[in-house]
Design a protein around this ligand. Structure first.
Ligand SMILES: Cc1cc2nc3c(=O)[nH]c(=O)nc-3n(C[C@H](O)[C@H](O)[C@H](O)COP(=O)(O)OP(=O)(O)OC[C@H]3O[C@@H](n4cnc5c(N)ncnc54)[C@H](O)[C@@H]3O)c2cc1C
Length: 343
C-alpha cells in the first residue's frame, strides 16, 4: 500500500485548485471519478460569476478562449410566476464549457502529483493516525492507499463529509437539466421563480448549439416538479420537447453560516463538499476556488475562512429579497436596477 502525505478526493475546481497551489513539499495522490474522454460531466450552468473571475485574476491565472462557449450574454431575463412580472437585469458572467473548464483545472496541476482518474473512492478508514482510502478503478480493481491528511473536494454528495460528519444535515435539492437543440434567434439567459414548483429557482441558457433548461427542486417529487415547470413555461414561449439529454445531481443550499463544515482530525473539506455555495444563486465555482486557495495557503493549519464566511453571510441576507414572493414583487415592481432590453 503506497503512503502519501495528502490524498485529495475529487478534482472539480476545488480539488484541482488546491492541488495546484499547495506547497510542493508534500507527496500527494489525487483521485477523481471522472476520466479524460468521459461519460460523466458535472451538470452545471458553467457561468463564471464576477467573484470567480476576480479570484482567477488574483491567483494570476488566465483562461483560454477554447473554454468559452457562445454566446456571451450580459443580462438575465427574470420571470416571476407569482406576480407575473418580468424584468431584465445586467449581469457580467462568462459562459463556459464546464467540462472543458474542469479539464483545464486538472491540466494546471503540477506533474509531481500522482493521479488516479476514472476512480471512485468507496470507503475511508482511520488506522494508527493515518487515513486508509479504498478506491475502485475503471477496470473494477479496488486499490488502497494511506495518507496523513485527506482533502475532501468531492462535491455536494461528499463521501468525505458523510464519513466525518454522519449526522450533519444540510438543505439539499435535486438539480435537473435538459439539453435541447438551439431554438431562438435571440439567445437569452433566464431565471425563473415559481414558488408553486420550487422554493429555489429554474434557469434557461444557451451553450453553442444547445439550449439548456434546468432548475433546483426539493427532493420530494423533484422530477414531477421539473416536468410541471416545463409545462407552465409553454405560456412564455419555451419549447421544451424532445431533449437531447437529461442530467441530474444534488446541489446544496446552506441556510446559515454554521451549516459549513471544514473538517477535523487531519481531514479537510473544500468547495461544495464543505457546503460552500451561494444560497441565493447556487453559484459555487468562486467558493470552490477561494476555499481551495485558503486551505493551500494555511495547510496543514485550518484557515478561518473569514472572507468566505462574510461572502456567504451577505448572500444569506440577499435570499429573502429574491425568494420571498412579496419582497420580490415589490423589487420587481419598483424596477430597481433593472434595464430595458429591446426584443
Ligand atoms: C445544475 C447546476 C448548475 C450550476 N451552475 C453553476 C454556475 O453556472 N456557476 C457556478 O459558479 N456554479 C454553478 N453551480 C454550482 C457548481 O457547479 C458547484 O458548486 C461547483 O462545481 C463546486 O465545485 P467543487 O470542486 O467543490 O465540486 P464539483 O465540481 O462537484 O467536483 C467534485 C468532484 O469530485 C469527484 N467525486 C465525487 N465523488 C467522488 C468519489 N467518491 N471518488 C472520487 N471522486 C469523486 C467528481 O467526479 C467531481 O469531479 C451549479 C450547480 C448545479 C448542480
Amino acid at each position: 500500500m503506497e503512503h502519501y502525505d495528502i490524498i485529495i478526493i475529487g478534482l472539480g475546481p476545488a480539488g484541482a485548485t488546491f492541488a495546484r497551489l499547495v506547497p510542493d513539499k508534500y507527496h500527494i495522490l489525487a483521485i477523481d471519478a471522472k476520466g479524460e474522454a468521459d461519460q460523466y460531466r458535472k451538470p452545471c450552468g458553467g457561468l463564471l460569476a464576477p467573484d470567480a473571475q476576480k479570484t482567477i485574476a488574483e491567483m494570476g491565472f488566465h483562461i483560454t478562449k477554447d473554454l468559452l462557449v457562445d454566446p456571451q450574454i450580459f443580462s438575465v431575463h427574470t420571470i416571476d410566476f407569482s406576480s407575473k412580472l418580468e424584468r431584465h437585469y445586467q449581469r457580467a458572467y462568462v459562459n463556459l464549457d464546464r467540462h472543458a473548464f474542469d479539464m483545464w483545472c486538472i491540466a494546471q496541476m503540477p506533474d509531481r502529483i500522482d493521479r488516479s482518474m476514472d476512480s471512485r473512492v468507496i470507503r475511508i478508514d482511520w488506522q494508527d493516525g493515518n487515513y486508509i482510502i479504498h478506491y475502485r478503478t475503471r477496470s473494477g480493481q479496488t486499490v488502497t492507499a494511506s495518507a496523513r491528511y485527506i482533502v475532501g473536494a468531492d462535491g455536494a454528495n461528499s463521501l468525505v463529509r458523510r464519513s466525518l460528519y454522519p449526522t450533519h444535515k444540510m438543505r439539499t435539492y435535486l438539480s435537473i437539466q435538459e439539453w435541447y437543440p438551439h431554438q431562438a434567434s435571440h439567445p437569452f439567459y433566464a431565471s425563473i421563480f415559481d414558488p408553486e414548483v420550487s422554493d429555489c429557482y429554474s434557469w434557461a441558457m444557451y451553450k453553442d448549439d444547445c439550449f439548456i433548461f434546468g432548475g433546483a427542486y426539493p427532493q420530494a417529487g423533484a422530477r414531477e416538479r421539473f416536468d410541471r415547470q416545463k409545462k407552465k413555461l409553454r405560456d412564455y414561449g419555451f419549447v421544451l420537447d424532445r431533449p437531447i439529454k437529461r442530467e441530474a445531481c444534488l446541489v446544496l443550499r446552506p441556510e446559515r453560516v454554521a451549516d459549513i463544515v471544514t473538517g477535523k482530525h487531519g481531514a479537510y473539506l473544500i468547495g461544495e463538499a464543505a457546503g460552500w455555495i451561494s444560497p441565493s444563486s447556487l453559484e459555487g465555482i468562486s467558493y470552490a476556488l477561494i476555499s481551495a486557495r485558503e486551505l493551500a495557503r494555511h495547510f496543514p493549519d485550518m484557515p478561518s475562512y473569514r472572507r468566505l464566511k462574510l461572502k456567504l453571510f451577505g448572500k444569506l441576507l440577499k435570499v429573502p429579497f429574491l425568494y420571498q414572493p412579496t419582497l420580490r414583487r415589490l423589487i420587481m415592481q419598483s424596477g430597481l436596477q433593472s434595464i430595458k432590453v429591446k426584443t
